[in-house]
Design a protein around this ligand. Structure first.
Ligand SMILES: [Zn+2]
Length: 191
């Protein structure tokens, strides 16, 4: 789709609420929205498995690796309004670990798409599982949904929590408990 067609669509949206697309403050808005969309939806052009595969290292360590409080910004696929929250990712290596900076990048790959929180959670877990091939993966996402808050449908500040547990995190109680005690020690976060 061309930038011109995109900008015309934005103009139509602006006019439909009764605004004047020619006034100074709005004149460049269609091209700004185009650039914002390229960034916000840049995840479609990225491959999570490729990012993870580039930074795999052999290890004999089989202790739980936990990356907590990864901030993310996404948009819901129903209203294209922001979803803002945190992701916690844990895995238990089975011969391989990944460079720690790659996990937040993988979160962005899926957050920068039109999403529902449940799918975002699963996609992160499955990318880690299929690439690092660990003994288990756990992903917890806690987020605020602007489509609930801005439209006044639900209580302001309510948070939605979703989780995806694979391997040992699903089958082993003590592994799961260890993970939740790690993420519950986050300041102010309780699950
Ligand atoms: Zn929504």
């Amino acid at each position: 789709m061309s930038q011109e067609a995109f900008e015309n669509a934005v103009k139509t949206m602006i006019e439909s609420v009764g605004e004047d697309t020619k006034r100074e403050g709005l004149e460049k808005t269609p091209s700004r929205v185009f650039k914002a969309y390229q960034f916000m939806y840049g995840g479609y052009k990225l491959d999570a498995k490729e990012i993870l595969s580039q930074a795999l290292f052999e290890t004999s360590n089989d202790e739980m690796v936990v990356i907590k409080d990864i901030e993310f910004y996404s948009t819901c696929e129903h209203h294209l309004l922001p979803i803002i929250g945190h992701v916690h990712v844990a895995y238990i290596p089975d011969g391989k670990v990944v460079g720690l900076s790659k996990i937040p990048r993988v979160v962005d790959v899926f957050a920068r798409r039109m999403q529902i929180q449940e799918q975002l959670t699963e996609q992160i877990a499955d990318a880690v599982l299929s690439t690092i091939k660990p003994k288990g993966v756990a992903v917890v996402v806690q987020a605020r949904h602007m489509c609930m808050e801005m439209r006044g449908v639900e209580k302001v500040n309510s948070k939605t929590t979703t989780s995806a547990l694979r391997g040992l995190f699903k089958t082993n109680d003590s592994t799961r408990k260890e993970f939740f005690s790690h993420i519950n020690s986050s300041s102010g976060n309780r699950f």
